[in-house]
Each structure stands twice: as structure tokens, then as C-alpha cells.
Design a protein around this ligand. Sequence first.
Ligand SMILES: [Zn+2]
Length: 87
Amino acid sequence: MISIPKLKQDFKDFKKKYSREDFIEFVKQNDMKEINALVCFDCGREFLTEKQKERAGVVTAQKGECYICKDKKMVTSSRHFNYLVKT
Ligand SMILES: [Zn+2]
């Protein structure tokens, strides 16, 4: 399993050469764990871009354990939070 710090490091290296969209594609192709991680809205919010924060969107949420804080609450796929990649 690839850890979040590792993912961030990969992104930092990758970012020098490629765009965020390319990186997300890279994450997808490498089937990284964070792709399917369930994350609560409190934890996921920090991974949203300023533009995304302004936009009020509706996503499918379910009750579950957050991948980051381990709390049992409403969570959704890390996909909605840019795969936990900070930009
Ligand atoms: Zn959380």
C-alpha cells in the first residue's frame, strides 16, 4: 500500500514535469490505494482547490470510517477530494 506521504512526494516530483490532471491519471493507472479510500468531508476539504471549495456540489456519501481521522461518519470516495493530492 502506498502511503499518503509517499503519494505527496511522488506528486511533488511529478509536478515539476506534469500537470495535476496528468498526475491524477498517473494515480489511476498505478491503482493507488487512495483512489478507493473513504474520507470524511472535514478531512477531505483541505485537498480541494479554492475553486472547488466555492462550488457547492452534491456527492454520494455513506456512513463509514474515515481513512484519515478514523472517525465513523459520513464519508465519500477520495476521488471527490482530488485523490488526497494537495495542489
Ligand atoms: Zn476524517
